[in-house]
Design a binder for this molecule. Structure first.
Ligand SMILES: N[C@@H](CCC(=O)N[C@@H](CS)C(=O)NCC(=O)O)C(=O)O
Length: 190
């Protein structure tokens, strides 16, 4: 949303107490959900694709980035869940998950040694989809993450952190009060 300079009303909800308005719009009850007039988009990949197109950012996840996104969602994400939520894995499984994470991150680190962004020197939707998950992983244990010696990946993370600091989207939102329209997020500063 920030890259495409799209302003919007943000409605922060509790996943433990999902508002009826959310479930009416999208019965599967996951976030994020983007509503534009009559159109409801309830898959983050679709939101990223739409906003990337709006921002003239190439969308590669459907072709050359496909393997990368598969690895992100089918290997990295489940391993991160095992690492993050101790009740999901035995201690041995958790160690295996951490080894898998290290292996995937160092593969991406090698790619980021070769180009500024994950697929080439320009940003693509793949970078946008990867960042939130890698950020979540880093937050689990920042010291462990630092010890993995991922210089190029850290440089890429820094780019995102600096970019996000210039936006309104990282502020902490109060829970949505269903009498209000939501919190207005300004991404277009013209
Ligand atoms: N494929 C969906 C998955 C979204 C998803 O699972 N989001 C989590 C929060 S990060 C969620 O809404 N979980 C529902 C719940 O916890 O009830 C997407 O990427 O939009």
């Amino acid at each position: 949303m920030a890259l495409s300079k799209t302003n919007y009303f943000h409605r922060e909800i509790s996943l433990k107490d999902k508002p009826a308005e959310l479930l009416n719009l999208s019965p599967k009850g996951t976030v994020p959900v983007l509503v534009m007039g009559d159109i409801v988009i309830d898959e983050s990949a679709d939101i990223v694709n739409l906003m990337s197109r709006r921002a003239d950012i190439p969308v590669y996840s459907d072709r050359e980035g496909k393997g990368l996104i598969e690895k992100l969602l089918q290997s990295f994400l489940p391993a991160m869940h095992k690492y993050k939520y101790e009740y999901l894995a035995s201690p041995d499984e958790r160690l295996m998950a951490m080894a898998q994470i290290t292996q995937i991150l160092s593969e991406w680190n090698d790619k980021l040694h070769q180009s500024k962004f994950i697929l080439r020197d320009e940003m693509s939707d793949c970078d946008i989809r990867m960042y939130p998950l890698i950020w979540q992983c880093q937050k689990i244990d920042p010291i462990w993450f630092q010890e993995q010696n991922l210089a190029a990946l850290n440089r890429w993370m820094l780019f995102w952190r600096e970019f996000l600091e210039t936006t309104d989207i990282m502020r902490k939102f109060p829970l949505w009060d269903n009498q209000s329209q939501g919190d207005w997020v300004v991404n277009d500063h013209r």
